[in-house]
Design a protein. Sequence first.
Length: 386
Amino acid sequence: MAYRALVIHALFDILGGGELFALKLSQALIESRFEVELLTATPVDTVKLRDIYGDIEPPRITVKRVREAEYLSKLMPGRLVRLRRLVVYREYESLMETARREYDIVFDTQSNLPTPVDVSYIHYPALLPTRSGRLEWVVYNYLVRLLARDYKTPRSGRVLANSTWTAHMVYKVHGVIPGILYPPVDVEYFSTVASNTNREKVVVTISRFTPEKNLSKVLDVARDLPDYQFILVGSTGPGSERVISGLEVKIDELRLKNVELRPNLPRNELRELLGKAMFYLHPEFTEHFGVAVIEAMSAGTVPIVYRDGGVWYDVVSRVSSILGYENILDVPRIIKALGGDRDAYIELRDKAVDASKLFNYENFKKKLLEEVNYVLKIKRLGDSGA
């Protein structure tokens, strides 16, 4: 008889790395002969999933709506995401506790808290405030902490994190040292264009069009590098129209002729774009892991990222220390230096491609099954009557 797994991922209305992780985790379990059910509070647009993520087949999906979370979404589209997640998980709490008895293994892949499941996967601790200073953020972080107060003491059977940097943050908040499970990246798909040596003076940024990503700062870099073409790519969701509109206003104000916005770019077109670009620039944002960065590396671009977060410590620092910046206004200097030294550029490009291979799907699946088998062993020890 197949094992039964439940994957709980509260929100699927904005698609990013977290949603891809939940789908890939489900896929790996299905390939390992698990019966998998995905529980979410928002409808899943399977057509949009395939446009952005490629040929991926979601598991059986159950949608259990939460009225309060839907109200928050309508009140401020694309915002209050941490709060909306916690509202959903608070509503799901008794369900999670029951599911641990009814399913062989239960995953929580989005709350970013050690909730009462078998395995909590934390992308970034929900109890850490993301901004401070302005009154609305003080109030917002207070509400998040209020909803999450019962999870200060871990209630999960096992806690996993997406990078060593995130694990450190989990330890600071919860006193737990998590295991590390790097999200899977489809490096095989993007590496098919890595050998292209006919690169153009193109800089690509991949990010959700959401306020916290600081995408407007990429435009400051573009202003100082008029001979490079900057292309901003990413998925959209509720509230993205305002972000895109703001970028368009700044593009006009700076009179930039070298910037292009491509929201919801199909996956095959993204690969083609990365195959001709010289550089990948990640915005000035502390990225907890950075799937997009590794996709770009595997496609043969040289990554330049903010010198913090999992994407720096676990990924780009493996390539070279010169590829990290502390102030995004330092990026033009890095690009000019590497753009003018072909040998150094080629060396870093090849190292980036090699480093990306660590994060492939097979390595992810192997590590995931090790964790799953361990949890099953501990959870079911003695059930056979031995």
